[in-house]
Design a protein around this ligand. Structure first.
Ligand code: SAH
Length: 399
């Protein structure tokens, strides 16, 4: 049996961990230097040596590891992981049964009981993300568990445990029959080209599924749509399929042009009737103002943090400004879809930014609806940071 190390939790943190908070932080531990090998099983005890919970050591951003169990005699063997996976699969039965959607998340880290691990499903292919070296030490048990609970064409993996969750470049194939990429998956009937062996990003962010659907089904018809930070143009494709008059996709990355053309094409949309622009969004805003362009719908889905040649963008600091620039080029009665995946602030602060932006632009608005993570991105109340996605539909009103 692997070695277990006792970690003493400082009094003011003990209550949180007893109540089920899953992320271990350095600040909470008084004998940090007793553990040095990631993947070591750690037993949390209080000042009086009373058992609190059990987990593993693995460095991930500011975290020091994850709690996996409140049971003192729990062992983290294959049976343990298999039970977690099996339960997680049950929670996604409706998606496995949905023939129109063949891409979704089957395991969502601490939301499904194992922080540091996510697994996504792409039409028979599984993609595992290891977010720290500690969880990767359990890879044999976890991969065997996955093989035991499901059939698969192949399993791929992304090691995200270089500093700051950055991806480690390598061949990501694990087992099965190697895929011919792209593979084509479906989401509510719409096709996506997916590449499981080309870096950290595979072509689609699955957490926006509900937002893409409502844009297609309820908002896009007849509108001119500007999709900023557009990546592979997923929102643009849904807008076009929903009857948008025209879409304009703007992204700084060169790859976005060919990837967006591909997305339109595999869905039978003439990409030449759409605008796909490789440019810094903030430069594009200046151009749009100069040309007096106005849009009926603007989608904002920036990364929480990005560095371009000209400047850095941080959602927490710069979202208000991003909105102000957007308000200036949105038609009256137009819709702004403001989205952020930043876990450093919650919905009320996000709405504060929206309200501030409209106030400073002397604009009027109405909230239409809100979205957070879909049910396959399972979260737990004990860890609100895990519920990172905030999407707000806003109507700009003539004022
Ligand atoms: N909205 C996308 C996902 C965005 S990922 C979707 O729904 O699929 C973030 C994207 O922002 C990346 O493709 C990156 O190239 C782009 N990006 C980052 N900074 C940018 C900037 N200043 N201007 C334009 N694009 C930017």
């Amino acid at each position: 049996m692997s070695q277990e190390i006792k970690l003493k939790i400082k009094p003011k943190f003990a209550k949180e961990y007893r109540a089920g908070y899953p992320l271990l932080s350095k600040d909470a531990i008084s004998n940090l230097n007793e553990v040095s090998v990631e993947g070591t099983v750690v037993k949390l005890v209080d000042e009086r040596n009373q058992f609190i919970a059990k987990g593993y050591y693995g460095e991930q951003n500011k975290g020091f590891g994850w709690i996996l169990s409140q049971g003192e005699n729990e062992t983290f063997d294959q049976a343990f992981f298999q039970a977690k996976l099996s339960e997680a699969f049950k929670h996604r039965i409706h998606l496995f049964n949905d023939v129109e959607t063949t891409a979704f998340r089957v395991f969502n880290g601490e939301g499904d009981g194992i922080g540091g691990l996510t697994i996504e499903y792409f039409d028979g292919y599984y993609l595992i993300h290891w977010y720290n070296k500690g969880i990767y030490k359990f890879k044999d048990e976890i991969i065997r568990s996955l093989q035991a609970v499901t059939e698969y064409k192949a399993i791929y993996q992304k090691k995200r445990f270089a500093t700051d969750g950055k991806y480690i470049e390598q061949d990501d194939f694990v087992t099965g029959e190697k895929g011919q990429f792209p593979i084509f998956v479906k989401e509510n009937g719409v096709r996506f080209a997916v590449y499981l062996n080309e870096g950290a990003m595979v072509g689609v962010f699955l957490d926006q599924r509900e937002v893409r659907k409502v844009i297609r089904d309820k908002y896009a018809k007849g509108k001119t749509v500007l999709n900023t930070f557009s990546y592979t143009g997923a929102f643009s494709v849904f807008a076009a399929l929903g009857g948008a008059k025209k879409t304009t996709s703007v992204d700084l990355a060169n790859r976005s042009l060919s990837k967006t053309i591909e997305q339109f094409s595999i869905n039978g949309i003439d990409y030449e009737a759409q605008d796909i622009i490789v440019e810094d969004v903030f430069r594009y805003f200046k151009y749009a103002v100069k040309k007096n362009l106005k849009f009926g719908m603007v989608i904002l889905d920036p990364p929480s943090f990005a560095r371009s040649k000209k400047h850095t963008f941080s959602a927490a600091k710069d979202y208000t400004n991003l909105l102000k620039e957007t308000i200036a080029i949105t038609e009256d009665d137009g819709v702004i879809v403001a989205s952020t995946n930043s876990s450093s602030f919650g919905m009320s602060k996000f709405k504060g930014m929206i309200e501030k932006a409209f106030k400073e632009m002397n604009g009027k608005f109405k909230y239409l609806e809100e979205y957070s993570l879909p049910s396959d991105f399972k979260t737990i109340k004990k860890f609100p940071e895990g519920n990172y996605l905030k999407v707000v539909f806003i109507k700009k009103i003539k004022g």
